[in-house]
Design a protein around this ligand. Structure first.
Ligand code: NAD
Length: 509
């Protein structure tokens, strides 16, 4: 499919940017609000990608009705058959990988290689969950009574509200929608207002893959209008949200009052520990990739490097030299290492934290928006490094979500562990060391949902659980078979074929 094949969703008068629509009950439709909003390229804000429907609570109500109408048939469709549609969707994404990746880079800025990786994560989870259609294991266990059968099965919860951020605009929606759908739920999907185009392209492929009308519904628009209406709708039984901790806490209060199932994947303040015995060149590679990849805007980005004091100078030497050589620009250019920040308010937030950092550590690199030449048209910020940061400084504690790295010196492994765990977040962590004992201690001691040894803090694979401890979430996990826990209810089933009343815990004593 080429870009022009998105006509069902878009009007495109020649010079005007196209207008895209919601997808409800298998139809592309306008919002009842009659209002639209723009999505622009963050590397060059003169480039308008399109106009998108500013969804309203009435649109959400329509989408929920469509999801409800589709629910009966979809939950009765055998799971292996549901899985076949997921498989077709994964194959379609693979066929359109380059187109999706380019659209992603244009809309949210990450460099093309990373955008391809983002699409690949979507493909991987589609195939993994397609396989779950033939597994979705429950337990069959011996009964404590004779002539009695005992087992448990997973069943769909109902309608899933899917609310996603912009930083993995294909992967994260797929991480949520694939397990929801294979388990037999129907979906109302609200993407970030910074990446509605990626969401539209994704849903177009879902329709093409054969998800029946109403199974997947897309409503674009603001969190306060569309997101809240999804959460408040009594027919939406499960909410899966990824975004900032501040938004997540608000959603938790709202959904909690209605006793909804809620999966939250929130902020992070991930750290890399570098021991003096580490391969410092390898550590430098891992740190640069984790701190400045996706312009520091991954939930798993490393924004703290905790370094054994003896290694600080040689490591900083390498980091500074290599980071100085990173080239900023449009992620569509082969020569670009670091793309833009997502929007103006992100740029302002990063600049604000750099201001705070100047009063905490010592600035060794960057610290300014980058405005040379074409960069002036986008939201670029120079890769920034602070040294001599203390573990409890604000830049070492709060999520900045930009290319800002704090180097924190420590005396030894125990003080490194204390510094690493001294945060309210707990998503990802890593250690560089050549000592196997230290590596195993780290695997035991780091209070995060993901631990890497001799690699950066990013690079999760879709067949293991993904999620964080502490305020990074509320205990749910995405990916792996654990993802099914969010979207299924357990049912325990007992079949007594003895022909007489047998009372558990009483008749067998
Ligand atoms: P955000 O919280 O601003 O927005 C996330 C989504 O919530 C968007 O779709 C937004 O429109 C919606 N929203 C906003 N207000 C809402 C409301 N009142 N009710 C319902 N929905 C609402 O986050 P963001 O800027 O899009 O994403 C960046 C954040 O996401 C960072 O904090 C990052 O760490 C986090 N993140 C976490 C993970 C993870 O797996 N833990 C993964 C990616 C991103």
């Amino acid at each position: 499919m080429t870009d022009t094949a998105i006509r069902p969703a878009a009007d495109r008068p020649s010079a005007e940017p196209p207008t895209f629509r919601h997808f409800i009950a298998g139809e592309w439709c306008e919002s009842t609000s009659r209002a639209t909003f723009e999505s622009r390229n963050p590397a060059d804000t003169r480039d308008v990608i399109g106009r998108f429907q500013a969804g309203s609570p009435a649109d959400v109500a329509m989408a929920v009705r469509a999801a409800d109408a589709a629910a009966g048939l979809w939950r009765r469709t055998p799971a292996p058959k549901r899985g076949e549609i997921l498989y077709r969707f994964g194959a379609l994404m693979a066929g359109h990988k380059e187109r999706l990746a380019r659209a992603m880079t244009r809309e949210m800025g990450k460099v093309l290689a990373e955008a391809r990786g983002d699409v690949q994560e979507g493909i991987d989870i589609a195939f993994l969950m397609a396989g779950e259609g033939r597994r979705m294991f429950g337990d069959t266990v011996p009964s404590e009574l004779p002539d009695k059968w005992a087992m448990s099965i997973r069943q769909p919860i109902g309608i899933a509200g899917i609310i996603t951020p912009w930083n993995f605009p294909i992967a994260i929606p797929c991480w949520k929608m694939m397990p929801a759908l294979v388990a037999g739920n129907t979906v109302v999907f609200k993407p970030s207002s910074d990446t509605p185009h990626c969401a539209t392209l994704l849903v177009e492929l879902m329709a093409e893959a054969g998800f029946p009308p109403g199974t997947v519904n897309l409503v674009t628009g603001a969190g306060a209008d569309v997101g809240d209406a999804i959460i408040d709708n009594p027919d939406v039984s499960v909410i899966s949200f990824t975004g900032s901790s501040a938004t997540g806490k608000g959603i938790a209060a709202r959904a909690g009052a209605k006793l909804k199932r809620l999966s939250l994947e929130l902020g992070g303040k991930n750290a890399i520990v570098v021991m003096a015995d580490a391969d410092l060149d390898l550590a430098t590679d891992g740190i640069l990739w984790s701190a400045f990849g996706t312009t520091g805007q991954r939930c798993t980005a490393a924004s703290r490097v905790i370094v054994e004091r003896r290694a600080v100078e040689p490591l900083l030497d390498r980091l500074e030299r290599r980071a100085r050589g990173l080239r900023l620009g449009s992620g569509l250019e082969d020569t670009t290492d670091v793309g833009p920040l997502i929007n103006k308010s992100a740029l302002e937030k990063v600049a604000g934290y750099v201001g705070i950092g100047r009063g905490e550590g010592e600035l060794v690199l960057g610290g300014e928006p980058a405005r040379d030449g074409d960069l002036a048209n986008g939201h670029f910020f120079s890769p920034t490094i602070f040294r001599d940061v203390a573990p409890m400084d604000r830049i070492a504690q709060e999520e900045i979500f930009g290319p800002v790295l704090s180097v924190i010196p420590v005396d030894d492994y125990p003080t490194a562990v204390t510094a690493l765990n001294q945060t309210r977040y707990g998503l990802s962590s890593s250690i560089f060391t050549s000592d196997a004992n230290t590596a195993f201690r780290a695997m035991r001691d780091f209070e995060t949902g993901i631990v890497y040894v001799n690699a950066g803090t990013t690079g999760a694979e879709t067949h293991l659980p993904f999620g964080g401890w502490k305020e990074t979430g509320n205990g749910h996990r995405e990916a792996g078979h654990a993802a099914l826990d969010t979207f299924t209810e357990w049912k325990a089933i007992y079949v007594d074929f003895s022909g007489r009343l047998q009372r558990a815990q009483i008749d067998n004593q």
